[in-house]
Structure formats: C-alpha cells, structure tokens
Design a protein around this ligand. Structure first.
Ligand SMILES: Cc1ncc(COP(=O)(O)O)c(C=O)c1O
Length: 781
C-alpha cells in the first residue's frame, strides 16, 4: 500500500459536514461573531464565510479531524511568523484576541477544531487573465512569502503530506486511478522524470517551510491585479524552495504565451530570490511533479466524491494540454526550454524540423563569408556546457576534448559566481582605482621568472600579440618580424601578417620572414638526421639576413610555445634556446605566445616556455585566462613598457575591467585549489601512454606528441611514405561517438586533443577508445 498507508489515510479522512446553521451558531458562541454563513470550497476541511451586519467578513474553518493540534499550530505560527517578517504581505490571519481556535462537538459526537480568520477581500483570477505585470507580481509574492518563512520551523512541518513533492513518488500506486490510458501514460512519464531528476537531488536543494499550495485558487487580487490575499496555510510543509515556485507557476504553461508567462513569473521570483543553477535545472521536473500530484489526487477524489467534482475537476483545467505539449516537444527539449526561460533567456519558437540547416544558412548570411567554417559535418548546435561536457540542442552530450578555453571545465561554478558577483557590483575600467587588476597582475607576475614584472591587460590573444608587436618595435627600433611557417597568432592587421597559417598565396608582407618549424617527423629535416635540430636553428640566421635585404632590422620573433598550428611539435629545448640567442644577438625580442599552452596545459608547469628553458622578453596570454570570459594580457619587463610609454599613450576600455579580472582570479584559484597542474600532468601522461599503445595497433598513427594535455596524433595513410591521412574525417567519426577533438597541422593530418584540465582518467580512456573505434572505421562510421 502507498506510503505505509499514510497516503490513503490522508486522502480518505472525510471532510467535516457541519450545516450552515451549525456554523453560524459556532461563530456566535465561540467567537462572538454573529452573521450569515455561506459555504466556501475546500479539499479536506470545511470553510464558511461569515458576514456580519456591518459588512465585515470572516472565514470559519472547520478542520479535518485527521489534522492534529500540532498541524493547526504549525499553520497559525507560520502565518504569524510570515506576517511579522514581512508585514506588507496580504496574509490571512487568525483573528486576534486569543480566541481564534475552539473545539466543538459535531452532531454525531465527534470533536472538531474550528478557527476563525480574517477574510481577505479580492477576486480570484484565472491564469489567462493575468497581465505580464501581474505574472511578475505573482512571482514576487511567492518569493516574498518564502523569504518571510525562511527562518521558521515547526516539527509538524516534517509530517508526510500527499501534496509535498518530497513524497510525490509515494503516490505512484494511485496512478491506476487516472482513468484515461493516454493521461495515465503522461502522468507516468512525469513521475519517471521526477524520479530521474528531482528525487535524488532533493536532499541537496535549498529547503524550508513553504506554503506548499500557492496556486491561483489560494490567491485573490485587487483591481490592479496585485495580490490582495494569500489564503489557506493548510498544506504548509518543509520542502524544496523551488517547489513553491513550481506550484505557483503550475498553470502558466496553459496560456498561449506559456513560456513567456512562465518567464515573467520566474523573473519576478528571481528578482527577490535568485534561483540557484540546480533549481533552474530542476524547475521543469518540479512542474511535472506538481502536475502529476494534481492529476493523481484529483482523479482519486473524482472517483470517490461526486459532491466535490466541480471543484476538484478545476484542478485539471489546462493540465492535459500542458502534459501533451511537453510530451510532444520531447522531454529533453521541453526541459531545456523551461530552463532557458527560467534563466531569463528570451525564447523564440523553435522550428520543429531542420533547425541546423536554418542556423547554417543564417550564420552564412548574417555572419558573412569570411568567418571560419563550422566544425564537423553535420555541424554541432550546442546549447549548454558543464565540466568536460557539452550538450547539443537534442540533449546529446559530448566529451569536450577539444576546447582549451574552458580550462577548468565549462561553466565552472566558481568562475561563473565570481563573474556574476562582480558584474552585479561594478564593471568599470582601469582609469579608476580598484584592487582586482592589481591582485591579478601580482598573482600572474608571481608565476613568471624574475624580470617579467609588468602586466598590460587586453581582451583577446590577438590584441595581446598586437600589443607585443608594438612594444617590440618601440623597444628595438626594428621593424622586422619572424614567425614559424604555419603559425597563427591572431587577427589584427599586424598580427594577421605574422600569421602565415592564414595567408592566401603570395600574401607575405615584406617585413615578415618565416622559419620552418622544427618538425622532426614530417619536416624538411627529420629525426633520422643527427643534425636535424641545428638545421632548423640555422633558419633564423637566414631570416635575419633576408629581412636585412629588405631594410628591416629584427623587432620580434613570435613563438607559440606549443607550436600548435604547426602540428603540435615538441622539439628539444636547445632549439629555442639557440634560436632566441641568435635573434637577440641581432637585436630582436622574443615573444612567447602562451595563448594556447599557458595556464598549466603543459602539465606541472604554468607556462609552456618553461620547458623550452628560455625566458621570453614578452609573454602573451589569452584564451583560457578567463575560462570563457574574454580577458588577455601581455607580461613583460618594466623597461620595455617605459620605452613604449615614451612613444604613445595606451589604454584599453575593457582591458583589466573588474569583471574580467574576477574571472581571471577565479581561474587561478581553481587551478590552485583543485591541484590542476599536477592533475593535468598526470592525465597528459596517461593519455600519451594510451595513445602510444594505440599506435601499436593502428598503422595510421604515425606519431604521438604531447605537452601535458595538448596532444597531437599524426595520422598517415602509410607509415613508410608518411602520406598524410586527413584528420577531419576521424574527428567527425569521433564526434559521432560522443567525443570532440579537432584537426591541425600544415597537412591537416594531426588530431588535436586539448580537454579541460579537469578531465578524469576515465574520460581520458573514453578519448582513446573513441579514437580507436574511429580508426577501425577509418572515418566511415
Ligand atoms: C597561439 C595563438 N595565439 C593567438 C591567438 C589569437 O587569440 P584570439 O582568437 O583570442 O584573438 C590564437 C587563437 O587561436 C592562438 O592559437
């Protein structure tokens, strides 16, 4: 039997049945209120409105005999507590004077507890009638009421109750009472959803005593549709805070503009009590849960109490339509929609078919032809990220082993909270004093070798490199730049010139020279040649000489410390030591571009240049610095910035703003507190070991190269000829298997793996397994 019998016990307890005459007599004899009684509706009690000669009105409530003294005391105390905390709330109250409650004998010798309350004037409204302002006000009202009860407790609040969603699943045995098989299936779906999402989360949710029945039937409104009365504390219980919101919003989705209406109501609630992420996530499940409770309990009552059929069947108004809409959308998509409006996102109707195609077309039309192509075929339509996971619009999740920006995991709660907190406090610029950029600068400098003591904040890696270029020009007086042959450093005019990866044919600017990257596997000089490193080093002399013939003295040599777009190369450390020595001897500065490898990706070490055993003159930071919030920086020596300041003024409106710095500081905190540098080192080693083993089994893996959690897997059609095997097809197959990786390298044949540093050993295994399976299918999965 359900809930050891308490469920049926509660449902079956008959409501009292006093006559109007008896009610008037009780009102007069016990409360001194002489007036005319008219019946009011109630599920389990019996309520009367008593109007006295001068027009004043009261409510006489005859309680269900099943409700003991303690339950009634709970209700009265809750009302008084809320009224004391928030005197502006239009609460129904026990009439003052200590005579609000009495015990009377009924006609058959039973005893009833009767109470007298103030009558709240106002009109009941249907959900369809509420204006957008009223919906907002309703949410505000619910939030104020829960806020006023936040500090309240009474032991009876913990009693089991059929209306407390905490106990919803105990109603399951009554599901059979839902007569229509289609309806029964919908309710079963809701119960299953609640079981899957909400039930296990319950113990961790914000919980307190709530009204627990703050639906429109327990609210009255004035002419302006402002709540003028909050009625009936009969279901007060200790439950999840979000349950109060779900109950209050139970019928919003029955409106034609349901999602927008729900959004208004939730926004009103959130204006007083912002929802926690988990509450937003579970709101749809609590809505489904409430609908299930309404469906099951009303069906049970309809089958047994024809007298109250009109009242009880009103609970089902709009209910099946809302269930059907959710089912038709598919619960994952419907949940996302509800979550989106709860987050305050504006929802437009989503086309039922082919959304990807229409997004592709709009992207092409609106964002233009120059924008880089989409990843994967078909492309991914992402809607959410969490930790290492990304979710698409159909609710499918992917292990993100590609994106290095979400360094500490997508939407890391500490970073999100830090940004939200600061954005709600102050978002200004560095022409005012503030601690945040100073603290961030101090903490960055503390991670750098001595001498790199000055930080200039900007907003992107491109800007950082552009500024580095300007600093180098001003300090050296030179005008010549060098980058590796397939490097990428950014999008500004100068830096696009220094990004040969993006050059179209013949685009080489005369002030830029390139050097071959030290690729010992596929490059011009290979590991088989004992002098291969020296050959690559010599290229810098040639570049200096060529620049000189065009009238350019060295200014800056840019090196991505992970040589990422070169195919993720791991040359011996003497390579860069010697290149830097020769370049500096010719008067140039070394720019260490840490936009890819910085912030611990190389494992153990914070910066990629550390493994090259060189100290750049200028270090540029970006991408992962704010875990997705735009922030970037240049770190260099004070003397270099002083020279620059002699040439020009410098200021970036958003560079170093407090919100960006809050993100940067939170990222550093998480790196430290979660021990992510050593973790990245360990995970990088594990991945390398697994991939090296995979190499034994797959002739298509020519070489595996790694710098911590920046890993390149070079694919070949034939190991002896090293003919490149395009990596994009394999990456596409891996996406089909639920793992996201990319393709890089001059020949596009290197699988690029860069998971967030929080990736676990199990997830590392998933990456390897997906690559294994994709290679078995050889791109045809
Ligand atoms: C090594 C390197 N430097 C600089 C940049 C430019 O950064 P952003 O796109 O933030 O301007 C990139 C971007 O991919 C990069 O990989």
């Amino acid at each position: 039997m359900a809930g050891d019998g308490w469920v049926l016990g509660q449902l079956e307890a008959p409501a009292p049945e006093l006559t109007l005459v008896a009610a008037e007599a009780i009102a007069a004899s016990h409360f001194g209120i002489v007036g005319r009684a008219t019946p009011l509706v109630s599920e389990r009690d019996q309520n009367f409105r008593i109007v006295v000669a001068d027009g004043r009105a009261f409510v006489l409530k005859v309680s269900n005999p099943k409700d003991g003294d303690d339950a009634l005391q709970l209700q009265a105390r809750a009302m008084l507590h809320a009224a004391q905390v928030d005197p502006g709330l239009p609460l129904m109250r026990p009439i003052p004077g200590g005579r609000s409650q009495a015990e009377v004998a009924d006609e058959v010798g039973g005893r009833q507890l009767v109470r007298m309350f103030t009558f709240m004037p106002g009109r009941h409204l249907e959900i369809q009638e509420l204006t957008p302002e009223a919906l907002w006000g309703l949410g505000v009202c619910a939030a104020r009421l829960t806020r006023s009860l936040r500090g309240f407790f009474h032991p009876a609040a913990a009693r089991p109750s059929v209306w407390n969603l905490r106990h919803l699943l105990e109603l399951k045995p009554l599901l059979e009472g839902v007569q229509d098989p289609r309806h029964r299936a919908l309710v079963a779906m809701a119960l299953e959803d609640f079981g899957d999402h909400a039930q296990a989360a319950f113990p961790g949710l914000r919980a307190q005593v709530i009204h627990n029945d703050l639906s429109l039937s327990n609210l009255v409104f004035d002419q302006e549709q402002v709540v003028s009365g909050i009625l009936d504390f009969g279901d007060v219980a200790h439950s999840a805070l979000v349950a109060e919101l779900a109950i209050c919003a139970e019928s919003a989705l029955a409106r034609p503009d349901g999602l927008a209406a729900l959004g208004r109501l939730v926004a009103g609630f959130s204006s007083i009590t912002p929802l926690e992420d988990q509450e937003v996530e579970l709101l749809p499940d609590f809505l489904l849960g409430r609908w299930a409770a309404l469906a099951i309990i009303s069906s049970w009552r309809l089958a047994r109490c024809p007298a109250s059929a009109a009242y009880v069947s009103s609970w089902q108004r709009g209910l099946w339509g809302m269930f059907e809409t959710a089912a038709a959308a598919g619960l994952p998509k419907w949940r996302q929609l509800v979550q989106s409006v709860a987050r305050g996102e504006r929802i437009r109707p989503i086309p039922v078919t082919a959304p990807i195609e229409s997004l592709v077309e709009r992207r092409r039309r609106l964002l233009g032809a120059a924008l880089s192509p989409l990843f994967y075929d078909p492309p991914l339509h992402l809607v959410r990220g969490e930790g290492v996971w990304l979710y698409d619009a159909d609710g499918r999740r992917y292990l993100d082993a590609y994106n290095n920006v979400p360094l500490v995991g997508h939407c890391h709660p500490r970073v999100v909270a830090a940004v939200a907190r600061q954005f709600a406090t102050l978002a200004s610029n560095t022409r005012y004093l503030h601690e945040a950029p100073l603290e961030l600068a101090e903490r960055l400098v503390a991670t750098m070798p001595a001498g790199l003591d000055t930080v200039l904040f900007v907003n992107s890696g491109s800007e950082a490199n552009d500024l580095a270029w300007r600093l180098a020009r001003s300090f050296t007086g030179g005008t010549g730049g060098v980058a590796t042959r397939c490097a990428y450093h950014g999008i500004s005019a100068a830096i696009a010139d220094l990004s040969p990866e993006e050059w179209r044919a013949q685009a080489r600017p005369d002030w830029v020279e390139t050097v071959l990257a030290p690729d010992g596997y596929r490059g011009r000089h290979r590991q088989e040649d004992p002098d291969w490193v020296a050959h690559y080093v010599d290229a810098i002399d040639q570049a200096i000489a060529t620049l000189a013939t065009r009238g350019h003295r060295p200014a800056a040599l840019f090196i991505d410390t992970g040589l990422t777009s070169e195919g993720i190369l791991v040359p011996p450390s003497e390579y860069l030591v010697e290149v830097a020595r020769r370049w500096r001897a010719a008067g140039g500065l070394l720019v260490g571009d840490e936009v890819q490898l910085g912030f611990g990706r190389s494992g153990e070490r914070m910066w990629g240049f550390e493994r090259h055993r060189v100290v750049p003159d200028i270090v540029t930071l970006g991408k992962p610095m704010g875990n997705g919030y735009p922030i970037a920086a240049v770190v260099t020596r004070a003397e270099i910035v002083e020279r620059f300041s002699g040439d020009t003024g410098w200021f970036s409106t958003f560079g170093g703003n407090q919100v960006a710095c809050a993100a940067g500081l939170a990222v550093l905190d998480v790196l430290e507190d979660q021990g992510l540098l050593p973790h990245a080192g360990a995970m990088g080693k594990a991945l390398l070991a697994q991939l090296s083993q995979l190499q034994q089994a797959h002739p298509a893996i020519g070489e595996v190269r790694s710098l911590g959690l920046l890993v390149g897997v070079e694919l070949v059609r034939d190991r002896s000829t090293r003919e490149p095997l395009p990596a994009a097809g394999i990456a596409n197959s891996m996406r089909d298997l639920g793992v996201l990786v990319g393709a890089t390298g001059p020949a596009g044949n290197v699988i690029k793996i860069r998971p967030p540093l929080v990736v676990t050993a199990e997830q590392v295994g998933m990456v390897t397994e997906a690559l294994d399976r994709a290679l078995l299918g050889n791109g045809r999965l």
